[in-house]
Design a protein around this ligand. Structure first.
Ligand SMILES: [Fe+2]
Ligand SMILES: [Fe+2]
Length: 280
């Protein structure tokens, strides 16, 4: 039956996407480059410099997550359930946005007694780092101004694939999103391991601010939450391809996903390369 063969070709396309992502992750030089970069940090000043660039890069990337969820929900008629027979009830954009929103809701988490907004936690982390090394914020800013090339890359991190809102761009933004969630897991775990090994007193100091005020919470949280965001992102990709409308566009959209994923790998590599050159 035509319907069955179409379904199985979709299934194999979805399976092959998973394989493609696994292969791309294995081929990406980013992990090795970041490991090398961490090994070359030669002193407290270089460490503060690196951690500042690490914090602001992740803040730029985090900011795009709720934007992407909103953009998907704001785009009707791109994701359609062919089984439903009424125009509004056919829309799947809210459900696909929800997979991305899972990561966004972590980003803005507040409980009745705690503010766990990731930007705020990252400010407590970096502020704690400066205090540990007894450097005031204004002095740090004077010694480590953000060069134009990094400001440009942060702009790219915030806005890549958000300019035109065309279907191909939205799929590319989804691919980029899955890339950033996977590589964030890798990046946070590498930095955490490095700090625990090389700067145990710093980590102990940041962790020791008390359970409700731990300045290390931002870093520690991201060593575990990102992999869940990545899995939710994979689910978003699969749903997006399954409900893509018109369905004939699916191969093209699959290519856009791959383009977006590769763009993230490339951006992260260029960003840390620029950070390294900036402090050389
Ligand atoms: Fe976050
Ligand atoms: Fe995340």
């Amino acid at each position: 039956m035509a319907g069955d063969s179409q379904t199985s070709s979709y299934d194999s396309a979805l399976d092959s996407l998973g394989d493609w992502i696994d292969a791309s992750i294995a081929e990406a030089p980013n992990k090795q480059l970041l490991e090398q970069q961490l090994q070359t940090i030669g002193g407290d000043e270089a460490l503060m410099h690196f951690l500042h660039r690490f914090v602001v890069f992740n803040d730029a990337l985090a900011a795009r997550v709720p934007f992407l969820a909103g953009l998907i929900h704001l785009t009707p008629d791109l994701f359609i359930d062919p089984e439903a027979d009424q125009d509004f009830c056919r829309q799947v954009n809210g459900r696909i946005a929800a997979y991305v929103a899972e990561a966004a809701s972590d980003e803005y988490r507040m409980t009745p007694d705690r503010n766990l907004v990731h930007q705020y936690l990252s400010q407590k982390f970096f502020g704690g780092v400066l205090r540990h090394f007894q450097v005031d914020g204004a002095t740090f800013d004077r010694r480590h101004p953000l060069p134009a090339c990094l400001a440009e890359l942060l702009g790219e991190a915030r806005g890549k694939f958000f300019q035109q809102r065309a279907p191909g761009e939205i799929f590319a933004a989804l691919g980029f999103h899955v890339g950033l969630e996977f590589f964030a897991d890798q990046e946070f775990n590498l930095v955490d391991q490095y700090l625990r090994l090389r700067y145990p007193e710093l980590v102990a100091g940041l962790e020791g601010d008390g359970p409700d005020r731990s300045a290390y919470l931002w870093l520690a949280t991201h060593t575990v939450v990102e992999i869940g965001h990545y899995r939710a992102g994979i689910a978003a990709l699969k749903a997006a391809l399954t409900y893509c409308y018109p369905r004939e566009q699916a191969p093209l959209m699959l290519a856009s996903i791959k383009q977006g994923f590769n763009s993230f790998v490339d951006l992260q590599r260029r960003y840390y390369e620029s950070v390294r050159l900036d402090f050389a």
